[in-house]
Design a binder for this molecule. Structure first.
Ligand code: GYE
Length: 619
């Protein structure tokens, strides 16, 4: 170990010399003997204040890890420059790359290549595919939704108008914000979107646009800008023309003189929506990766919050315990499991129980036996017991507002494990620890399309999960979204089997009677696929050959079925959420702000791959 450290020291002194010569800034030049890691940060540009804050956070957080050196590059918004930056960083010997990509998907190959050499954290702008260790960013669709909710509330029942000022047109966050904003406004007949202009994130450009379109702007009630800088630009142009009665709302919520918080405080902006840079999270997670800690997720989405003047007055409204806990007391987690419907669920329960034990967390565990009332009662019992954190796997998406308000009022944070909920106030849930179910559905469809690509008339039946549950809703959505693009493929039938093996069998039996020909079965989980396999065999057909079968989860029994040639593919959805959950619980108790959503890592296992990897499956 010592030899390695010394080795590293020489190695890094060389790197640091070259790094310092090559790059504009370097965090620390103390030349400590115990340097253990060098992190390279490839920043897209420093012309946006938000990115300066990102770098500052990275630098600050890095100071908590004495053995860490951080080196920065600035691509000045050029894709070519960022490619060269990454190359330089890699060749100088960094251990991990944090990259905040420029606005171009063409940067993806450079990131992919680096990922084959070392861990890579992608910050802020998502890139296509999964060739990186971890993505950290805001949920920009939610940011757009939050903006629209504000507009609706501000305008109320009367007729009203709004103008939108967006960031750079090709940028993914812009598309997402626009989408969330429009979706939420849909159905509000009284609100008219008067226009949408792109000002490339720049204050002065927004000011010019407003100045050149004063007529239009003076007819609007609300102006929504995709960042606070542009919102301020709008304000300046309007103020110059003597127009001061408009509600202007921005995004970012940075501190500092021209930061969104000060602008809201001064009444210049009506509201801002905070959009964390992820700098702090990136460094903390980089250290988790470098030190090979348990429970590493694939994607982390950071929380955005609407900030108005009155909210500023009583600070952020996230749950905060008033009575400080004694650090000597064991941390208590109340976990309400939804039932025992599948192999996945059993593996999930085991993972939670064993991870709690391993982390020294006292676990109060309740099983709701697939009954929402019972699950609500379990949550209430945790509130009564004054646990430190509540986690639950919500059986369905809706119907939780009341009990979650009670938890919030009691100052107890709630983590949704595995499934999401739909609530009117998103601060009711502190963190979601979930898989990307829509993506799972898309991946299943992708496999079907690849497998049956040339066929003309492919008839697919779907066996759905429990109606109203997040995985059933989203797996259906992701799958249908892709299949519907191909006229050659049709989902001819869909019935729920509630994630239960027997029900999968029943649904399939009926479908085989109803349809003279079925080519593909898409089941929302493995258990139902296994039930369907039984039904197909009983009907005298060969599962896996006469009918292709794809499902989701990746449990052992599915791998066994693939080994036997009866199941064709499973899309992985890991139930091993225990370690990540315990990490989140301990982070919260230690005073760290939890991200809004944490996505787990998942793969796709077609039959031939499954045969080889069956031995290494842990659930
Ligand atoms: O896929 C299914 C289960 O919520 C992701 O619930 C989970 C699903 C899982 O019973 O097997």
């Amino acid at each position: 170990m010592k030899a390695r450290l010394i080795d590293r020291y020489f190695h890094f002194s060389i790197i640091l010399l070259s790094v310092m010569a090559a790059f504009t800034s370097c965090t620390d030049d103390s030349g400590n003997m115990d340097i253990s890691y060098v992190i390279g940060v490839a920043q897209a540009n420093l012309s946006e204040p938000w990115r300066e804050v990102m770098n500052a956070e990275i630098l600050e957080t890095g100071k908590n890890y004495p053995g860490v050196k951080i080196v920065f590059t600035n691509a000045g918004n050029s894709r070519e420059k960022q490619e060269a930056d990454i190359d330089k960083l890699v060749r100088s010997g960094i251990d991990l790359l944090i990259v905040s990509p420029v606005e171009s998907q063409e940067i993806a190959p450079a990131i992919r290549e680096t990922y084959h050499l070392m861990p890579v954290i992608v910050l802020d702008k998502a890139i296509e595919g999964y060739d990186y260790s971890l993505f950290i960013g805001a949920d920009n669709e939610l940011v757009g939704t939050q903006a629209a909710r504000f507009v609706k509330e501000h305008i109320g029942e009367a007729n009203g108008t709004v103008i939108e000022i967006t960031g750079s047109a090709e940028s993914l966050p812009v598309t997402r914000r626009m989408q969330g904003f429009r979706d939420e406004l849909q159905g509000s007949e009284n609100i008219e979107l008067l226009g949408s202009f792109s000002a490339d994130w720049l204050r002065d450009k927004a000011e010019d646009i407003t100045g050149n379109n004063l007529d239009l702007f003076s007819r609007s009630d609300v102006i929504f800008a995709h960042n606070d800088a542009m919102a301020f630009g709008v304000y300046r142009a309007l103020a110059r023309a003597g127009i001061t009665d408009k509600a202007i709302i921005g995004i970012d919520g940075l501190t500092g003189a021209e930061g969104g918080l000060a602008l809201v405080e001064a009444g210049i902006l009506e509201a801002t929506i905070t959009c964390p840079t992820g700098g702090r999270e990136a460094v903390n997670r980089a250290m988790d990766i470098l030190q090979k800690r348990d429970g590493l997720p694939k994607k982390i989405f950071l929380r955005s919050s609407l900030i108005t003047r009155s909210i500023l007055a009583d600070q952020y409204s996230l749950p905060q315990r008033t009575d400080k806990r004694d650090p000597e007391d064991p941390v208590v987690l109340g976990f309400a499991q939804l039932g025992k419907e599948s192999d996945w669920r059993e593996a999930n329960t085991k993972s939670v129980i064993s991870a709690a034990k391993k982390s020294g967390i006292t676990l109060l565990f309740e099983d709701a036996d697939l009954n929402q009332e019972k699950q609500i009662a379990a949550l209430r019992s945790f509130i009564d017991a004054e646990v430190d954190v509540i986690a639950f796997s919500p059986i369905v998406e809706t119907g939780w507002d009341e009990v979650l308000y009670e938890a919030k009022a009691a100052g107890i944070p709630v983590i949704c494990s595995d499934r999401t909920v739909k609530v009117a106030d998103e601060t009711l849930v502190t963190t979601y620890l979930v898989a990307d179910f829509v993506e799972e559905g898309r991946r299943a469809a992708q496999w079907v399309l690849e497998e049956t690509g040339d066929s003309r008339d492919v008839r697919i039946v779907e066996i759905g999960g429990l109606p109203g549950s997040a995985p059933a809703i989203d797996r259906r959505k992701g799958f249908a979204e892709m299949i519907e693009r191909y006229p050659s493929h049709t989902i001819i039938d869909s019935d729920p089997g509630d994630f239960i093996e027997n029900l999968g069998y029943n649904v399939m039996t009926k479908m085989l009677v109803r349809h003279p020909r079925i080519d593909v079965v898409y089941a929302h989980n493995d258990d139902m696929a296994l039930g369907a396999i039984r039904a197909i065999e009983e009907a005298g057909l060969e599962p896996g050959k006469d009918i292709l079968i794809i499902s989701i989860d990746g449990v052992k029994a599915a791998f066994q079925a693939m080994k036997n040639g009866k199941l064709n593919c499973t899309v992985e959805c890991s139930p091993l959420l225990g370690p990540q959950l315990m990490k989140a619980v301990l982070d919260y108790v230690n005073g760290e702000e939890l991200p809004l959503r944490i996505n787990t890592e998942e793969g796709v296992f077609p039959m031939d791959v499954a045969r080889e990897s069956i031995g290494s499956r842990s659930y």
